[in-house]
Design a protein around this ligand. Structure first.
Ligand code: RIB
Ligand code: CA
Length: 319
C-alpha cells in the first residue's frame, strides 16, 4: 500500500486523477489533498477539492489549503480549459466539507516527518507548496520517499513553445524542487501525457456507463474538450494529471529515462524544463527520471479497471 498526498489545483484532469487514486483502494492510501493556486485561484481549487471528495463519497479525507500565489510573481489562471470554476462550469453547489486549519505546507512538513520516509508526494499543480516546504524544513527532502510530478516537458510546452503550465506558473518553485536533492523524482511531462487523450468515443462510453462518477467525468470533460478544440484543434482532452496516478499503479505505463532537469526562470524560455538525458550528458548528475512516452492502451485499461471495472472489456474494444 503506497501512502500518498496529492498536491493539486483542481482542475478537471486533477479531479479525474483524484477519482482514480481513490478508486485504487488496495494500492493507494490517499492521506490528504493539499491545494495550490494554479488552474483557478486558491479559494476555488480548495472548494473544488472538497466537491471532488463529495462526488467520490470520501468526505473523510482531509483537505489543506496552500499557497494563493507563486513564490515570486503572479501568473494567469487556466479558465479557458477548466472553466471559471475550475471544474467545467457545472454549477455544482459549494461543499459542506470543512477544510483543515493547518496550512498545507506545515501539514506536508509534519506528515512527511510522521511517516518516516514512507510518504509519496504527487504534485499535479504548480510546485509552490513543495518548494516552500523545502525552504522551511531542511529535513523535508529526506523525509519524503518519492515525488511523482505532473509537469514540464523534454520537448515543447502548452503555455509557450517551451513551458508547461505547472512549471510556467511557478518556475522558481520548480527550480527549487529539482535542485533540492529528493531521493526519487519522476517527472511526468507533456511528452508522455500527449499519449493519454480521452477520445470522444471513450467519453461517450463514460456517459453510457451512467454512474454518478462516470457522468461527473463526462460533464466536466465537455468544457475540457472544447478548450482543446478551440485552442489546439485537438479532438478529445489530455488527461495529464491522471497519468501520475496510473504510473503509481503500474510504472510500465510510461517509458522513463534518467535525467538531470533544471528549470529556466527568465527570458524567452521562462518556465521551461531543460532535460539532460544522462546517457547523452554523463557529466550531468541525475536528479530525476523523465517520462518520455506512455502506453495509451495500458493507461486506459488501468483507468477503466479501477474506475469502471465492469466496462473494461467494452473500453478495450475501442483501444
Ligand atoms: O500542463 C498540464 C497541467 O496544467 C495539469 O496539471 C493541468 O491540471 C493544468 O493545471
Ligand atoms: Ca493540475
Amino acid at each position: 500500500m503506497k501512502k500518498i498526498i496529492i498536491d493539486t489545483d483542481p482542475g478537471i484532469d486533477d479531479a479525474i486523477a483524484i477519482l482514480l487514486a481513490l478508486a485504487a483502494k488496495e494500492e493507494l492510501e490517499v492521506q490528504a489533498l493539499t491545494t495550490v493556486n494554479g488552474n483557478v485561484d486558491i479559494e476555488k481549487v480548495t472548494q473544488n477539492a472538497c466537491k471532488i471528495l463529495e462526488v467520490a463519497g470520501r468526505m473523510d479525507i482531509p483537505v489543506y489549503k496552500g499557497n494563493a500565489k507563486p513564490l515570486e510573481r503572479p501568473r494567469d489562471h487556466c479558465e479557458e480549459f477548466h472553466g471559471d470554476d475550475g471544474l467545467g462550469n457545472l454549477g455544482m453547489k459549494d461543499s459542506e466539507k470543512q477544510i483543515e486549519e493547518e496550512h498545507a505546507v506545515d501539514f506536508l512538513i509534519r506528515k512527511a516527518r510522521e511517516e518516516k520516509g514512507e510518504l509519496i508526494l504527487v504534485p499535479i499543480g504548480p510546485l509552490t507548496n513543495i518548494a516552500q516546504a523545502v525552504r522551511q524544513d531542511p529535513e523535508f527532502v529526506h523525509n519524503v520517499r518519492e515525488l511523482v510530478i505532473m509537469g514540464g516537458a523534454e520537448h515543447g510546452g502548452n503555455m509557450s513553445p517551451h513551458a508547461e503550465f505547472n512549471f510556467w506558473t511557478d518556475p522558481e518553485a520548480a527550480k527549487i524542487v529539482f535542485g533540492a536533492g529528493f531521493e526519487k523524482v519522476t517527472m511526468i511531462g507533456l511528452d508522455a501525457t500527449s499519449y493519454v487523450f480521452l477520445s470522444p468515443t471513450l467519453r461517450e462510453l463514460l456517459y453510457l456507463i451512467n454512474t454518478p462518477v462516470s457522468r461527473f467525468i463526462h460533464k466536466m470533460t465537455r468544457a475540457y474538450a472544447d478548450g482543446h478544440w478551440e485552442i489546439e484543434k485537438k479532438l478529445g482532452c489530455e488527461l495529464c494529471d491522471v497519468l501520475t496516478i496510473a504510473y503509481l499503479l503500474d510504472e510500465s505505463v510510461a517509458e522513463t529515462v534518467d535525467a538531470f532537469v533544471d528549470v529556466e526562470t527568465s527570458g524567452l524560455c521562462d518556465g521551461a524544463s531543460v532535460v539532460y538525458r544522462t546517457f547523452y550528458y554523463p557529466d550531468k548528475k541525475k536528479n530525476c527520471q523523465v517520462a518520455v512516452k506512455a502506453d495509451t492502451k495500458k493507461f486506459f485499461e488501468i483507468f477503466f479497471r479501477y474506475l469502471f471495472p465492469e466496462y473494461l472489456e467494452a473500453a478495450s474494444r475501442e483501444l
